[in-house]
Design a protein around this ligand. Structure first.
Ligand SMILES: Cc1cc2nc3c(=O)[nH]c(=O)nc-3n(C[C@H](O)[C@H](O)[C@H](O)COP(=O)(O)O)c2cc1C
Length: 161
């Protein structure tokens, strides 16, 4: 089974979750980066508009992988803009996709999960499951804090793939 963990993280929380997932599933880790750093206001506004962030060369080759884990933070109740670009530019035909999201709010971001699932399907893939991790804007997540949730999530899904 070949696993790819691809993520965007502006302030490190999603990166911590991505690293933990990659360790757990022995997956290749791939960070998506914006060409230019983005301020809070534009990040929020552009995600409300559903814009696609300008990311560094997208050399993401998903062909060699069966399972693709996609992670990002919620911005203004929506998917963050670098992930909009990734979803738009990637062919997910035949891939199992797992989505992990971090956000400060404690309510599961169902509308974001639904929006991602629809876009993955349009690109030929299938979202198998979602993981939501609540974060705190003052204190960055630690790997110890996410280890158990990640482990439980992966164990639950081993049977599904
Ligand atoms: C521009 C911006 C908008 C945000 N909007 C929301 C939001 O609507 N709801 C929420 O719960 N958290 C929101 N957050 C908090 C982030 O989702 C949260 O801190 C996340 O864990 C950051 O992940 P990162 O460290 O990987 O960038 C927002 C953060 C930023 C920077």
């Amino acid at each position: 089974m070949k696993n790819l963990v691809v993520y965007y993280s502006r302030s490190g929380n999603t990166e911590t979750v991505a690293q933990e997932i990659s360790k757990t599933v022995r997956g290749q880790l791939k960070k998506i980066e914006l060409i230019k750093d983005i301020g809070f206001a534009w990040a929020a506004f552009s995600s409300v508009l559903g814009l696609k962030g300008k990311i560094k060369t997208n050399d993401l080759n998903v062909k060699d992988y069966e399972n693709i884990f996609i992670g990002f933070p919620v911005w203004a109740g929506r998917s963050s803009t670098p992930i909009n670009t990734l979803l738009d530019e990637t062919d997910f035909t035949g891939k199992n996709v797992f989505v992990f999201i971090t956000q400060a709010d404690d309510k599961t971001p169902n509308s974001v999960f639904e929006s991602i699932a629809a876009r993955v399907e349009t690109k030929g893939g299938r979202v198998i499951d979602n993981l939501f991790i609540q974060t705190n804007m003052k204190n960055p997540l630690t790997s110890e804090q996410v280890r158990e949730s990640v482990l439980n999530w992966i164990n639950k899904n081993i049977a599904a793939v």
